[in-house]
Structures are given as structure tokens and as C-alpha cells.
Design a protein. Sequence first.
Length: 257
Amino acid sequence: MRIDDSKLIPSIHNYCDRWCACCAFVQRCAVGVEELERWTSAPMTDEEMWGTVSNNFKESLRMLDDMLREAGIDPAEIEEKHDSDNEKLEEEIFERGLAYFKLSDSFFKSNQQLLKIQEIEAKQMADMELPIDLENLEQSREAIEIIHQYAAFLGIKARRAVSGMSDMHNTELWGNPPYQSDANGSAKACILCIERSLGAWEMLRKTWPEKTDEIIDMLLALSRFRKEMERLFPDWQKFVRPGFDTEGVHHLPLEEI
């Protein structure tokens, strides 16, 4: 697929939730266009896949180095100036995200049989032309899809946000206003995904009232995670994400994917 650079939104992929299949801007995002090409082409071999990962990684390093040099910062000095306290906080915030992921993963593994039974029962009722609460069934499916999409993403995005805290108010690097920094942008992407996950778990709790006690554990873990991110990034809401916050459209309905 040929990319029309004039229609691309610069840096939009840095502050998204990486759910390309559900994104209204997929055709205006350099990463999204690459994803579309991958979906419509033959599966990549292992060699091609790792080659693509390597190229993307190298390109991201080059772009970062260019940004630093434009701001008058020597990229070689970044390692030397790394704050050990900040490094510790990175690990702590990532561990918080990882703990939630493990909790979520454990929930679905322990309830795998229940999910299978519900799907079988729904199919049997449909085959017998018996009435089915389709709305309830769809809500469960959508909630589970949302939870799975973000479960592993949260810790990674939170760590990226924390890693940029030392430069968060560097106007030479990010310009004015200072809250328009990569750290605040990453924090905003993370917090919004936490909020969507909270909504999905609450939706699941209403459709699975018998699992309320287990789901409350997820809600508490996410709520604490959100409060910590908001404490670290009090200006996260001020960050304006290209595309998402400037054009008013975020996601396609799940049924259109």
C-alpha cells in the first residue's frame, strides 16, 4: 500500500493504545498503514518479521537522536545522566502493571471453562431458536476483548512515561507548553486505557454477578494504578494527542472490525 505522506498525522502512533484494528486513524498513521499491509499480505517468515522489528527499532533510535541533537543534547550523555531513583520508579511502575496483567490472566484461565460453557449454551439456544439475551452476550464479549487488549499494554506504557519524567519540563526539547512532553503523552495513553479497562471489568461484573468478588480485585488494582499515574503526571489531561484529541474520533465500533 502506497503511503500518502500528506494525509499522515505525525507521531499519532506514539500516544495511541496500539489497537490498530479498532482505530479510526489507521489509514493516517505510518504504523497503521504498515499493519494494514501486513494483514492483507502473505504471512511473514520469521526472518522477515525480525528484519521488520530490527528496522523499526533502528529508525526509532535515529529519530530520537535527531530530536536530542536539535535540542542541543548529546545522545551519548543520556546514559551518564540517568537518574537511579527514576530507574527504580520505572521498575516499580512496570511491576504494578505486570501484577495487574498476571491477576487478569489468572482470572480468565480459572474461568476458561465457564466461558466455553456460555458459548456452547448460546449456540445451542440459537440452534433451537430459543430467545437469547444477545445484548448481554455481546457486552461480555466486548468487555473481554477490551480487557485482553490492554492487559499487557499498561505496564509498558507506564514505564515509558516514567522514563521520560526527567525531561518532562524541558521546553528546549518539547517546546511550549511544557506539558506537551512525551512523558505526559505516554501517561495519558496509559491512563485512558486504564479507564477503559475499568469500564470493561464493570461491564463484565454486571453480566457475571457471581464473579463480583474476583472482579473487584481487578477494579481495585486498576484504580490504584490509575491514582499512582495521576499523582506522577498531574498534567496528563492537558497533553493534546495528535488526531485523537484534535479531530474528535477515537475508535471504530467493535462490530465494524
